[in-house]
Design a protein around this ligand. Structure first.
Ligand code: AHM
Ligand code: MG
Length: 336
Protein backbone atom coordinates (compact mmCIF):
# COMPACT_ATOMS: atom_id res chain seq x y z
CA UNK A 1 0.00 0.00 0.00
CA UNK A 2 1.40 3.42 -0.91
CA UNK A 3 2.05 5.75 1.98
CA UNK A 4 -0.51 8.53 2.08
CA UNK A 5 0.74 12.06 2.21
CA UNK A 6 -0.53 14.18 5.08
CA UNK A 7 -1.33 17.76 4.12
CA UNK A 8 -1.05 20.68 6.53
CA UNK A 9 -4.87 20.91 6.50
CA UNK A 10 -5.24 17.28 7.51
CA UNK A 11 -2.49 17.57 10.15
CA UNK A 12 -4.25 20.54 11.75
CA UNK A 13 -7.68 18.89 11.61
CA UNK A 14 -6.26 15.77 13.26
CA UNK A 15 -4.51 17.86 15.92
CA UNK A 16 -7.81 19.62 16.62
CA UNK A 17 -9.67 16.29 16.90
CA UNK A 18 -7.04 14.43 18.89
CA UNK A 19 -6.74 16.70 21.88
CA UNK A 20 -8.75 19.76 20.99
CA UNK A 21 -5.86 22.06 21.77
CA UNK A 22 -6.12 23.77 18.39
CA UNK A 23 -9.46 25.56 18.48
CA UNK A 24 -11.18 25.90 15.08
CA UNK A 25 -10.34 29.60 14.78
CA UNK A 26 -6.65 28.98 15.38
CA UNK A 27 -6.62 26.21 12.80
CA UNK A 28 -8.19 28.57 10.28
CA UNK A 29 -5.66 31.27 11.13
CA UNK A 30 -2.71 28.92 10.58
CA UNK A 31 -4.10 27.80 7.24
CA UNK A 32 -4.43 31.41 6.13
CA UNK A 33 -0.86 32.19 7.20
CA UNK A 34 0.34 29.15 5.24
CA UNK A 35 -1.61 30.32 2.18
CA UNK A 36 -0.02 33.76 2.44
CA UNK A 37 3.42 32.11 2.67
CA UNK A 38 2.70 30.25 -0.58
CA UNK A 39 2.01 33.57 -2.27
CA UNK A 40 5.19 35.10 -0.84
CA UNK A 41 7.11 32.04 -2.03
CA UNK A 42 5.80 32.62 -5.58
CA UNK A 43 6.87 36.26 -5.47
CA UNK A 44 10.33 35.30 -4.15
CA UNK A 45 10.75 32.71 -6.92
CA UNK A 46 10.00 35.25 -9.65
CA UNK A 47 13.01 37.38 -8.72
CA UNK A 48 14.04 39.69 -11.55
CA UNK A 49 11.13 38.46 -13.69
CA UNK A 50 8.59 39.83 -11.24
CA UNK A 51 9.95 43.29 -10.38
CA UNK A 52 10.24 42.22 -6.75
CA UNK A 53 13.95 42.78 -6.12
CA UNK A 54 15.75 45.90 -4.94
CA UNK A 55 15.01 48.71 -2.55
CA UNK A 56 11.60 50.28 -2.01
CA UNK A 57 13.40 53.49 -1.03
CA UNK A 58 11.48 53.78 2.24
CA UNK A 59 12.37 53.13 5.87
CA UNK A 60 10.60 51.10 8.54
CA UNK A 61 10.14 52.07 12.19
CA UNK A 62 13.57 50.63 13.01
CA UNK A 63 15.22 53.03 10.53
CA UNK A 64 16.08 50.17 8.15
CA UNK A 65 15.73 50.65 4.40
CA UNK A 66 12.86 48.50 3.17
CA UNK A 67 13.20 46.18 0.21
CA UNK A 68 10.34 45.77 -2.25
CA UNK A 69 9.84 42.21 -1.03
CA UNK A 70 9.59 43.36 2.61
CA UNK A 71 6.61 45.47 1.61
CA UNK A 72 5.04 42.90 -0.73
CA UNK A 73 5.26 40.16 1.93
CA UNK A 74 3.77 42.48 4.55
CA UNK A 75 0.82 43.32 2.28
CA UNK A 76 0.23 39.69 1.37
CA UNK A 77 0.05 38.70 5.05
CA UNK A 78 -2.33 41.54 5.92
CA UNK A 79 -4.65 41.02 2.96
CA UNK A 80 -4.83 37.29 3.56
CA UNK A 81 -5.56 37.60 7.27
CA UNK A 82 -7.76 40.64 7.75
CA UNK A 83 -11.11 39.30 6.51
CA UNK A 84 -11.29 35.78 7.96
CA UNK A 85 -12.81 36.73 11.33
CA UNK A 86 -10.14 34.93 13.37
CA UNK A 87 -7.96 37.95 14.20
CA UNK A 88 -8.37 41.11 16.26
CA UNK A 89 -5.15 42.75 15.08
CA UNK A 90 -1.72 42.23 13.57
CA UNK A 91 1.76 43.62 14.21
CA UNK A 92 4.74 43.51 11.89
CA UNK A 93 8.40 44.45 11.71
CA UNK A 94 7.44 46.64 8.77
CA UNK A 95 4.67 48.65 10.48
CA UNK A 96 5.17 51.30 13.18
CA UNK A 97 1.99 50.47 15.07
CA UNK A 98 -0.51 47.63 15.22
CA UNK A 99 -2.98 46.97 12.40
CA UNK A 100 -6.46 46.57 13.82
CA UNK A 101 -8.83 44.48 11.69
CA UNK A 102 -11.11 47.01 9.93
CA UNK A 103 -14.68 47.39 11.17
CA UNK A 104 -16.14 45.96 7.99
CA UNK A 105 -14.84 42.52 9.02
CA UNK A 106 -15.69 40.49 12.12
CA UNK A 107 -13.06 40.62 14.89
CA UNK A 108 -11.63 37.39 16.25
CA UNK A 109 -9.78 36.62 19.48
CA UNK A 110 -6.22 36.18 18.17
CA UNK A 111 -3.29 38.49 17.59
CA UNK A 112 -0.79 37.76 14.82
CA UNK A 113 2.78 39.09 14.80
CA UNK A 114 5.24 38.63 11.97
CA UNK A 115 8.52 39.48 10.37
CA UNK A 116 7.18 39.24 6.82
CA UNK A 117 10.58 38.79 5.16
CA UNK A 118 13.45 37.87 7.43
CA UNK A 119 17.00 38.05 6.11
CA UNK A 120 16.28 41.03 3.85
CA UNK A 121 19.97 41.53 3.03
CA UNK A 122 19.85 38.17 1.21
CA UNK A 123 16.87 38.91 -1.06
CA UNK A 124 18.82 40.36 -3.97
CA UNK A 125 21.59 37.76 -3.88
CA UNK A 126 19.33 34.70 -4.17
CA UNK A 127 20.06 33.30 -0.70
CA UNK A 128 17.36 31.72 1.51
CA UNK A 129 15.01 34.05 3.35
CA UNK A 130 11.77 33.50 5.26
CA UNK A 131 8.66 34.64 7.10
CA UNK A 132 8.50 34.33 10.91
CA UNK A 133 5.17 34.41 12.79
CA UNK A 134 3.82 34.26 16.33
CA UNK A 135 0.22 33.96 17.53
CA UNK A 136 -1.11 35.27 20.86
CA UNK A 137 -4.56 35.37 22.34
CA UNK A 138 -6.07 38.81 22.93
CA UNK A 139 -6.51 39.32 26.68
CA UNK A 140 -10.15 39.28 27.74
CA UNK A 141 -12.03 41.87 29.74
CA UNK A 142 -12.09 44.92 27.50
CA UNK A 143 -13.58 45.70 24.12
CA UNK A 144 -11.42 46.66 21.15
CA UNK A 145 -7.72 46.03 20.88
CA UNK A 146 -4.66 48.10 21.67
CA UNK A 147 -0.89 47.76 21.49
CA UNK A 148 -0.69 46.81 25.19
CA UNK A 149 -2.64 43.62 24.36
CA UNK A 150 0.36 42.41 22.36
CA UNK A 151 2.83 42.91 25.20
CA UNK A 152 2.77 39.34 26.49
CA UNK A 153 5.74 37.10 27.30
CA UNK A 154 6.67 34.53 24.65
CA UNK A 155 5.55 31.74 26.99
CA UNK A 156 1.99 32.84 26.23
CA UNK A 157 2.23 32.10 22.48
CA UNK A 158 -0.41 29.66 21.20
CA UNK A 159 1.30 29.01 17.86
CA UNK A 160 4.61 29.96 16.27
CA UNK A 161 6.51 29.11 13.13
CA UNK A 162 8.34 30.19 10.05
CA UNK A 163 8.33 29.54 6.35
CA UNK A 164 11.69 29.35 4.64
CA UNK A 165 12.04 30.23 0.95
CA UNK A 166 15.10 28.26 -0.08
CA UNK A 167 15.83 25.37 -2.44
CA UNK A 168 12.57 24.05 -0.98
CA UNK A 169 9.77 26.10 0.56
CA UNK A 170 9.28 24.67 4.03
CA UNK A 171 6.88 25.59 6.81
CA UNK A 172 7.91 24.73 10.38
CA UNK A 173 5.27 24.97 13.07
CA UNK A 174 4.52 24.45 16.74
CA UNK A 175 1.24 24.69 18.59
CA UNK A 176 2.88 23.53 21.82
CA UNK A 177 2.95 19.84 20.94
CA UNK A 178 6.40 19.44 19.38
CA UNK A 179 7.69 20.78 16.07
CA UNK A 180 6.45 19.62 12.67
CA UNK A 181 7.77 20.47 9.21
CA UNK A 182 5.83 20.71 5.95
CA UNK A 183 7.32 20.95 2.47
CA UNK A 184 5.49 22.82 -0.29
CA UNK A 185 4.47 20.43 -3.07
CA UNK A 186 4.28 22.85 -5.98
CA UNK A 187 2.39 20.47 -8.29
CA UNK A 188 -0.34 19.97 -5.69
CA UNK A 189 -0.10 23.50 -4.31
CA UNK A 190 -0.18 22.23 -0.73
CA UNK A 191 2.16 21.85 2.23
CA UNK A 192 2.89 18.17 2.97
CA UNK A 193 4.06 16.85 6.35
CA UNK A 194 7.70 15.79 5.92
CA UNK A 195 9.04 15.67 9.50
CA UNK A 196 7.43 15.33 12.90
CA UNK A 197 8.70 15.61 16.44
CA UNK A 198 11.91 17.39 15.38
CA UNK A 199 14.63 17.15 18.05
CA UNK A 200 17.77 19.28 18.34
CA UNK A 201 20.77 17.25 19.58
CA UNK A 202 21.95 18.53 22.99
CA UNK A 203 25.58 18.68 21.84
CA UNK A 204 27.02 20.27 18.75
CA UNK A 205 30.26 21.30 17.05
CA UNK A 206 28.76 24.11 14.99
CA UNK A 207 28.21 27.74 15.93
CA UNK A 208 26.63 30.69 14.10
CA UNK A 209 27.58 34.26 14.90
CA UNK A 210 28.60 37.32 12.88
CA UNK A 211 32.35 37.23 13.60
CA UNK A 212 32.90 40.72 12.22
CA UNK A 213 31.40 42.06 15.45
CA UNK A 214 33.92 40.22 17.66
CA UNK A 215 35.67 43.33 18.95
CA UNK A 216 32.32 44.71 20.17
CA UNK A 217 31.21 41.64 22.15
CA UNK A 218 30.84 41.33 25.89
CA UNK A 219 33.43 39.19 27.76
CA UNK A 220 31.23 36.06 28.23
CA UNK A 221 30.44 35.79 24.51
CA UNK A 222 34.07 36.43 23.61
CA UNK A 223 35.18 33.70 26.01
CA UNK A 224 32.65 31.22 24.60
CA UNK A 225 33.66 31.82 20.96
CA UNK A 226 37.40 31.94 21.77
CA UNK A 227 37.07 28.49 23.33
CA UNK A 228 35.23 27.18 20.25
CA UNK A 229 37.92 28.62 17.99
CA UNK A 230 40.71 27.02 20.05
CA UNK A 231 39.27 23.68 18.90
CA UNK A 232 40.83 20.40 19.95
CA UNK A 233 43.81 22.23 21.48
CA UNK A 234 41.62 24.37 23.74
CA UNK A 235 39.46 23.71 26.82
CA UNK A 236 36.61 22.28 24.71
CA UNK A 237 38.84 19.52 23.32
CA UNK A 238 37.04 19.41 19.97
CA UNK A 239 37.06 21.30 16.68
CA UNK A 240 34.09 23.53 15.82
CA UNK A 241 32.69 24.48 12.46
CA UNK A 242 31.08 27.87 11.71
CA UNK A 243 28.09 28.96 9.59
CA UNK A 244 26.52 32.41 9.26
CA UNK A 245 23.80 32.88 6.64
CA UNK A 246 22.56 36.29 7.92
CA UNK A 247 18.98 35.00 7.65
CA UNK A 248 17.89 33.98 11.13
CA UNK A 249 15.25 31.74 9.57
CA UNK A 250 17.91 29.80 7.69
CA UNK A 251 20.35 29.57 10.59
CA UNK A 252 17.59 28.37 12.93
CA UNK A 253 16.34 25.90 10.32
CA UNK A 254 19.80 24.34 10.10
CA UNK A 255 19.89 24.07 13.90
CA UNK A 256 16.49 22.34 13.96
CA UNK A 257 17.70 19.91 11.28
CA UNK A 258 21.16 19.02 12.67
CA UNK A 259 21.89 21.00 15.84
CA UNK A 260 24.13 23.98 16.51
CA UNK A 261 24.08 27.25 18.41
CA UNK A 262 23.02 30.66 17.06
CA UNK A 263 24.09 33.88 18.75
CA UNK A 264 23.16 37.47 18.01
CA UNK A 265 24.29 38.99 21.32
CA UNK A 266 24.14 42.52 22.64
CA UNK A 267 27.29 44.36 21.60
CA UNK A 268 29.02 47.68 22.14
CA UNK A 269 28.17 49.15 18.73
CA UNK A 270 24.86 50.43 20.10
CA UNK A 271 25.14 49.88 23.86
CA UNK A 272 21.72 51.40 24.51
CA UNK A 273 19.98 48.68 22.49
CA UNK A 274 19.55 45.22 24.06
CA UNK A 275 20.47 43.54 20.75
CA UNK A 276 19.70 43.59 17.03
CA UNK A 277 16.89 41.06 16.77
CA UNK A 278 13.33 41.83 17.73
CA UNK A 279 11.79 40.03 20.69
CA UNK A 280 8.16 39.66 19.73
CA UNK A 281 8.26 38.47 16.12
CA UNK A 282 11.79 37.04 15.76
CA UNK A 283 13.19 35.81 19.09
CA UNK A 284 9.95 34.62 20.73
CA UNK A 285 8.65 32.38 17.93
CA UNK A 286 12.13 30.96 17.26
CA UNK A 287 12.76 30.38 20.98
CA UNK A 288 9.51 28.48 21.37
CA UNK A 289 10.25 26.29 18.34
CA UNK A 290 13.74 25.59 19.69
CA UNK A 291 12.43 24.73 23.18
CA UNK A 292 9.71 22.53 21.69
CA UNK A 293 12.50 20.66 19.88
CA UNK A 294 14.42 20.09 23.14
CA UNK A 295 16.78 23.04 22.74
CA UNK A 296 17.25 26.17 24.84
CA UNK A 297 16.98 29.93 24.23
CA UNK A 298 18.25 32.73 26.49
CA UNK A 299 19.42 36.31 26.26
CA UNK A 300 22.53 35.26 28.19
CA UNK A 301 20.85 35.87 31.53
CA UNK A 302 17.29 34.62 31.35
CA UNK A 303 14.94 32.47 29.30
CA UNK A 304 13.75 34.53 26.33
CA UNK A 305 10.19 33.23 26.66
CA UNK A 306 9.96 34.70 30.20
CA UNK A 307 10.83 38.27 29.16
CA UNK A 308 7.91 40.66 29.69
CA UNK A 309 7.99 42.97 26.68
CA UNK A 310 7.84 46.71 27.31
CA UNK A 311 7.20 47.70 23.70
CA UNK A 312 6.18 46.15 20.41
CA UNK A 313 9.47 46.54 18.54
CA UNK A 314 11.68 45.73 21.54
CA UNK A 315 15.05 44.18 20.77
CA UNK A 316 16.80 41.37 22.58
CA UNK A 317 20.10 39.54 22.81
CA UNK A 318 19.65 35.98 21.44
CA UNK A 319 21.46 32.70 22.16
CA UNK A 320 19.59 29.58 21.08
CA UNK A 321 19.99 26.01 19.90
CA UNK A 322 21.64 22.87 21.29
CA UNK A 323 20.93 22.74 25.00
CA UNK A 324 24.40 22.06 26.40
CA UNK A 325 26.00 24.89 24.40
CA UNK A 326 23.33 27.48 25.27
CA UNK A 327 23.57 26.40 28.91
CA UNK A 328 27.36 26.94 28.78
CA UNK A 329 27.33 30.43 27.26
CA UNK A 330 24.53 31.43 29.66
CA UNK A 331 26.60 30.14 32.59
CA UNK A 332 29.53 32.29 31.38
CA UNK A 333 27.27 35.33 31.94
CA UNK A 334 26.80 34.49 35.64
CA UNK A 335 28.43 37.06 37.92
CA UNK A 336 31.46 35.56 39.73
P1 AHM B 1 15.84 41.61 9.04
O1 AHM B 1 14.63 41.12 9.77
O2 AHM B 1 15.79 43.08 8.76
O3 AHM B 1 16.15 40.80 7.83
O4 AHM B 1 17.10 41.49 10.07
C1 AHM B 1 17.28 40.32 10.81
C2 AHM B 1 18.45 39.54 10.28
C3 AHM B 1 18.49 38.12 10.78
O5 AHM B 1 17.76 37.29 9.92
C4 AHM B 1 19.96 37.78 10.77
O6 AHM B 1 20.29 36.81 11.73
C5 AHM B 1 20.60 39.10 11.08
O7 AHM B 1 19.66 40.11 10.73
C6 AHM B 1 21.86 39.31 10.30
O8 AHM B 1 22.45 40.48 10.75
P2 AHM B 1 23.93 40.94 10.28
O9 AHM B 1 23.76 41.45 8.87
O10 AHM B 1 24.29 42.00 11.27
O11 AHM B 1 24.82 39.74 10.34
MG1 MG C 1 14.04 39.66 10.67
Amino acid sequence: MSQQKISLTRYLVEQQRADGHIPGQLRLLLEVVARACKRISQAVNKGDLGDVLGSAESENVQGEVQKKLDIIANEVLIEANEWGGHLAAMASEEMDSIYVVPNRYPQGEYLLLFDPLDGSSNIDVNVSIGTIFSVLKKPEGHPGVQEADFLQAGAKQVAAGYCIYGPQTTLVLTVGDGVAMFTLDREQGSFVLTKENIQIPADTKEFAINMSNMRHWDAPVKRYIDECLAGSEGPRGKDFNMRWIASMVTDVHRILMRGGIFLYPWDKREPGKPGKLRLMYEANPMSWLVEQAGGMATNGRERILDIEPGKLHERVSVMLGSKNEVERVTRYHDPL
